[in-house]
Design a protein around this ligand. Structure first.
Ligand code: SF4
Length: 280
């Protein structure tokens, strides 16, 4: 089987940093002494490796032992998490990606500047849940949101987006907002270029090949978005976590396969998949 790899794929700098910070914290504090409030990133294989190295990723802020260090994940957290952790005297290790930190600051500044903040994103995603904590009232709008009922009328709107959304989706949502009678709409671009580059490379490759494989956590927002864009680009697309989920019927009658991966997928998963696919 001929296999082509997307030019931009796999780990972004934010995920690499978060893993390094987590490993370093475990080395300094000891195995079992660092607690995260959920998986550090949305990738089962990496989460398992960190677990084996001694990172507890099932912690709870209310009940965590105060002698332990707490790790804030790359998705960040709302200010109330930091306040509560400080109140409990916990040692905080902050692995929030710098681009998520920036989005948090933008939300704070927009609110302080008198804008009603609107975030285009998935209300259940940890990044969004954290970012909206930086202003007292943020309206979150998602793909299926009925804008007519969701958006309150305020003279001045300040818009940000979840870092992993596609520019095309955000632009469509903004176009809908602009059809409504807001006096002032300020848009701050909080999209992550690492993600945008991976999306563009995936779309280009999907148009060239007979079948696309998008590797990454099934709960990873950026991987799901890459898979959605590949489907939209017209190719047969499979979103898999690893080679274990591959089935030969997926490439039946196909000559060229494309492989890409989300920003939280390690290179070894991509290499293993590509080598096995090439060997078919
Ligand atoms: S995808 Fe972008 S925003 Fe998210 S962790 Fe990576 S660099 Fe940061």
């Amino acid at each position: 089987m001929q296999v082509k790899l997307a030019t931009d794929r796999g780990f972004c700098f934010g995920v690499e940093d978060a893993i390094e910070i987590a490993e370093d914290a475990v080395n300094r504090h000891g195995a079992g002494e660092v607690v995260a409030f959920g998986p550090v990133i949305h990738n089962k294989q990496v989460v398992q490796r960190l677990e084996e190295a001694g990172l507890d990723q099932s912690g709870d802020l209310e009940t965590v032992d105060p002698s332990k260090a707490v790790l804030i994940r790359s998705h960040g957290a709302g200010p109330e998490t930091f306040e509560q952790a400080e109140k409990r005297g916990l040692n905080i290790v902050d692995a929030t990606c710098v681009l998520v930190k920036r989005a948090q600051n933008v939300v704070k500044q927009l609110h302080e500047g008198g804008y009603h903040v609107v975030m285009i994103g998935d209300p259940n995603h940890p990044e969004v849940r954290g970012v909206i904590g930086y202003a007292p009232k943020v309206t979150v709008i998602d793909r299926g949101t009925d804008l007519a009922t969701a958006l309150p009328y305020r003279e001045r709107l300040g818009i940000v987006a979840q870092t992993t959304h596609s520019p095309e989706h955000v632009a469509n949502m903004i176009a809908e907002i602009l059809k409504r009678p807001y006096r002032e709409v300020k848009i701050v671009n909080t999209l992550c270029l690492e993600v945008t580059r991976r999306q563009e490379a995936a779309i280009a490759l999907a148009k060239e090949v007979d079948v696309m494989f998008v590797l990454g956590g099934l709960h990873s927002a950026n991987t799901k978005e890459v898979a959605r864009l590949c489907i939209e680009a017209g190719g047969d697309t499979y979103h898999l976590e690893t080679w274990d989920q591959f089935d030969p019927s997926m490439v039946e009658g196909k000559k060229i396969a494309g492989v890409t991966a989300g920003a939280s997928t390690p290179e070894w998963v991509i290499t293993e998949f590509t080598e096995k696919l090439e060997a078919m």
